[in-house]
Design a binder for this molecule. Structure first.
Ligand code: NAI
Ligand code: CS2
Length: 499
């Protein structure tokens, strides 16, 4: 039995709702909500209650949190010997605007949406709301991952352009709520993205302004001049809950279907640009800085880049979790090599940041024996993740004439992963907005590895064309793909060691 520390939620009166959060998933419950709960308890500041909403999936969570009077438990594990249980009570309302589907359905008709959409828009347009925060995953911004431009040809965005008063996307809801505020003479809220994207504030701004331009140029220029979109770097490993997690919590006396398990580590670095005010959350360790970019790039390339490397190589080799992967001696060595030789040298960090120590600390976090972080979860949405995790850094190295062999192996594993079948022939679902395109490429080129690799590298909305044109890199991806498919993971890792 681990050592358990309990922190009940405060019994104070409900806080005033000043934050609307879009994307009520596991991460929001275990990160932002925890910072706000701790802040509320320490400061007695009841001004920052949260209305947390889902846009297209997990209606069950929205309703069951409401039924639980918006209280739930977060279990923070240092390791299997030590856990902190926190009750969170900072969420004051939950809403659901969309329809519960796989979340990727492209044929959702406008009519099937809208349960709490008006309530959400009213909440966002209310003068009490000072901040809208987001964790809607990378694909929830509808941006081309390589160029950062709004995907105006996406069916969901087409729908929001055609029916701006009944928006279905996060950018659409923000544009409509801002239009209502402008119309009513209410100052705009601040928009804070907490998703794993480079320049996440700037990208959110791009999505919102480009969508607003489709509707009303003067609204777009009002947003451009009046709305703050600070960038942020968020970090805490919060895996999707499994049956094993719920069983462990039950053994600790926690019977809560809305509970979340996470690591004890947590970090939040935020650009200090909040014209409508913000909680003084720095008392809880939130780092308020002028420029988030170096920290964000470091985390995306080192932590998330390692995660994706493990995810694709591990998933096709039948390895289930990050913990299992990092305990595979050769995979662990690959992660170290990738971080120190191919990620760290691409970073420009402020003085005092020790990237060797950062790499070591990440390997310790990945080896947390209480987290069942499934590689299939991390492998999801690769088309939206790989540009910032691997490819932007690799492009920089390529321009300097340097070959990135670990990334080349990762790209080969990703291509093989998108077949939907591991190296032993076990099938799984490829969860990615481009899954259909991947399937078509495998169908057309499956018998010709060289053509298949070339076709994947030619997807210029994922792979920067200058990198695809680097012959040494393309050759290295092809060689790794052939070794992986012929000699398996061990063969590919042995071949890399010889390089
Ligand atoms: P989750 O699967 O528990 O929740 C995903 C959330 O995104 C749900 O609220 C879902 O409704 C929403 N969503 C998905 N597609 C959407 C779309 N197209 N439009 C609007 N909403 C959409 O995932 P979790 O763990 O909450 O992670 C969400 C995001 O948080 C990640 O993609 C990442 O950017 C960020 N994050 C997660 C971390 C983690 O360890 N779980 C750590 C750091 C950041
Ligand atoms: C992971 C991240 O799911 C993924 O792609 O790499 O969610 C990772 O767990 C977090 O960024 C850690 O902060």
């Amino acid at each position: 039995m681990p050592n358990v520390e309990h922190f009940p939620s405060s019994n104070k009166q409900a806080s005033k709702i000043a934050i609307v959060h879009l994307g009520l998933g596991a991460f929001h419950r275990a990160h932002q909500a925890v910072y706000l709960e701790r802040y509320r308890q320490r400061s007695n500041d009841g001004e920052w209650g949260v209305c947390s909403a889902n846009l297209r999936s997990s209606v069950g969570l929205v309703d069951s949190l409401r039924d639980a009077n918006y209280r739930y438990q977060v279990a923070e594990y240092t390791d299997s010997d030590s856990v902190t249980l926190r009750e969170i009570g900072v969420i004051e309302e939950t809403l659901f605007s969309g329809r519960d589907s796989s979340g990727n359905s492209e044929d959702d008709s406008v009519d099937s949406w809208g349960r709490d959409r008006e309530a959400m828009l009213a909440r966002m347009a209310s003068a009490d709301t000072r901040m809208v925060t987001l964790t809607v995953t990378e694909k929830g911004y509808f941006l081309n991952p390589a160029s950062g431009e709004l995907r105006v040809d996406d069916p969901m965005i087409i729908g929001d352009i055609a029916s701006p008063l009944q928006p279905r996307t996060a950018p659409g809801l923000i544009v409509e709520a801002l239009a209502r505020r402008r119309e009513a003479g209410i100052a705009p809220f601040t928009v804070l993205s907490c998703d794993n994207m480079p320049d996440n504030g700037k990208r959110t701004r791009q999505a919102v302004i480009q969508l607003a331009e489709q509707r009303d140029a003067s609204l777009a220029s009002w947003i451009a001049s009046e709305v703050a979109f600070p960038c942020s770097m968020v970090d805490r490993i919060v895996p999707a809950m499994t049956d094993v997690d719920f069983e462990r919590l039950t053994a600790l006396g926690v019977n809560d279907s809305n509970a979340v398990v996470c690591e004890s580590f947590s970090q939040w670095v935020v650009e200090d640009n909040f014209p409508m005010g913000r909680p003084s959350w720095e008392v809880e360790g939130v780092e308020m800085v002028a420029d988030v970019a170096p920290f964000e790039t470091m985390k995306l390339r080192m932590l998330n880049g390692s995660h994706s490397l493990l995810a694709y190589l591990g998933a096709i080799a039948g390895i289930e979790t990050v913990y299992d992967g990092v305990n595979h001696t050769k995979l662990r060595a690959l992660l170290r090599r990738y971080m120190l030789e191919e990620a760290a040298p691409t970073l420009e960090m402020p003085k005092g940041i020790d990237l060797d120590a950062y790499a070591d600390s990440l390997l310790v976090r990945f080896a947390n024996d209480s987290l069942r972080h499934r590689l299939q979860q991390i492998a999801m949405d690769g088309s939206q993740k790989l540009p910032q995790r691997w490819l932007s850094g690799t492009l920089k190295r390529s321009a300097a004439g340097q070959l990135s062999s670990c990334v080349a192996l990762g790209v080969a594993a990703w291509i093989r992963y998108t077949l939907g079948e591991d190296l032993s022939g076990n099938r799984y679902t490829v969860d990615d907005p481009l899954a259909k395109r991947f399937a078509d490429l495998h169908h057309t080129h499956g018998a010709d590895a060289s053509a298949l690799v070339a076709a994947f590298l030619a997807m210029d909305d994922v792979v920067p064309s200058a990198l695809a044109a680097d012959k040494a890199f393309a050759q290295s991806v092809l060689a790794a793909y052939l070794t992986l498919t012929q000699d398996g993971l061990d063969g590919a890792l042995a071949a890399l060691e010889r390089n």
